[in-house]
Design a protein around this ligand. Structure first.
Ligand code: KG4
Ligand code: ZN
Length: 336
């Protein structure tokens, strides 16, 4: 089954053709970094306009690269949220228009669930469920119990900033370009993580929830105390910030895995590109089966949307055109 995936939740416009949920025939992603970097973050109105300009050329390119004609597509899958309302509308209306014109079925896909499916679709070994899903992206930070690729229960989520967002804000404070995650990682490589005793926040209502806003403020205060920011200072600051955030995630993952008797960890989202994060988990959790997305599937892309869309269609059938709406938030089902 050939699935055309469409992704436009934030600042990437993407289209992919994926066969039977796993085989990527073509993948096209256009990033809007050039548009937003002067503002240090995504400007929704600008993002929406850029999606409108490029979405049809991006879909056309994915078809051409895959040597697939529109008529050969069996299913259209589009992310319907969570994300920015304007950008979501562009993807959804385009998908609906194509589905109507071509008389093809359409399914709506949850973008956050697709981030976790990204690692599953690159896995060559059979998966054992339940698994623990760890979503670390620019817009979302969540721990979920995965019963199957279509059944997720929330264990914990961020009470304030998403982890990628915290990286981007720290980078902005240091005058680094957007998106800041890779920049912070590069500086952190040469820094001493023990230089600052930073700690991520704890949430009284749920020990598995995350809080990174206090950590971000601690970085701001450390910066204010210094009149001139030399390179070693920045490197130490980034290394300490990064270590504090990742140690917090590690501890919560270990506790949740123990509580729910889970031995498989499935990672998703842009922050999982960070090598220090991967090394920390490889060193501290050698006994877990760990699934990491490849670099092309960790950042926003439409292959994960087409891949998961295939399973949604097999299980639930097509989504009625009139009932598919953009959703800025989609809460997970609770674990308890
Ligand atoms: O998953 P993603 O493409 O977008 C969302 O769905 O939000 O993730 C983008 C986020 C940005 O915040 C970016 O700074 C962060 O992932 N990121 C990283 C790294 N690469 C990307 N954060 C830390 N270290 C990295 N190497
Ligand atoms: Zn994403």
């Amino acid at each position: 089954m050939l699935v055309l995936g469409i992704e436009s939740t934030c600042d990437e416009t993407a289209a992919s053709i994926v066969k039977d949920g796993v085989e990527i025939i073509s993948q096209v992603v256009t990033s809007q970094i050039d548009l937003h970097e002067v503002y240090g973050g995504v400007v929704p109105e600008l993002a929406c306009r850029r999606h409108m300009e490029v979405i049809l050329p991006v879909i056309r390119e994915a078809l051409e690269l895959g040597k697939v004609a529109l008529e050969e597509i069996d299913l259209i899958a589009v992310s319907y949220g969570p994300g920015l309302i304007g950008p979501l509308f562009v993807g959804i209306q385009t998908a609906k228009g194509l589905a109507l014109a071509l008389d093809k079925p359409l399914v709506g896909v949850n973008h956050v669930e697709a981030h976790l499916y990204a690692a599953m679709m690159s896995s060559l070994t059979p998966l054992h469920f339940p698994a623990l899903g760890i979503v670390l992206s620019g817009g979302h930070t969540a721990l979920v119990k995965i019963e199957s690729p279509l059944d997720y229960r929330l264990i914990g989520q961020t009470a304030d900033d998403a982890l990628g967002e915290a990286f981007d804000k720290v980078a902005k404070m240091l005058g680094l370009p957007y998106p800041g995650g890779p920049e912070v990682e590069t500086l952190a490589k040469k820094g001493n993580a023990a230089s600052f005793s930073f700690k991520a926040g704890q949430c009284k209502d749920n020990p598995f929830n995350f809080s990174f806003s206090g950590l971000k403020t601690a970085v701001l205060y450390a910066l204010r105390e210094k009149s001139a920011l030399d390179l070693p200072f920045k490197q130490n600051l980034c290394a300490s910030f990064q270590r504090a955030a990742f140690t917090d995630i590690l501890h919560k993952v270990e506790k949740a895995a123990e509580l729910y008797g889970i031995s498989t960890l499935i990672f998703g989202g842009g922050v999982t590109n960070n090598q220090a994060l991967r090394t920390l988990f490889e060193e501290k959790c050698p006994h877990f089966h760990k699934l990491w997305p490849s670099k092309t599937l960790s950042l926003d892309n439409a292959s994960m949307i087409a891949g998961l869309g295939f399973h949604v269609y097999l299980k639930e059938g097509k989504t009625e055109l009139m009932s598919l709406e953009a959703k800025t938030r989609i809460p997970f089902k609770s674990c308890v």
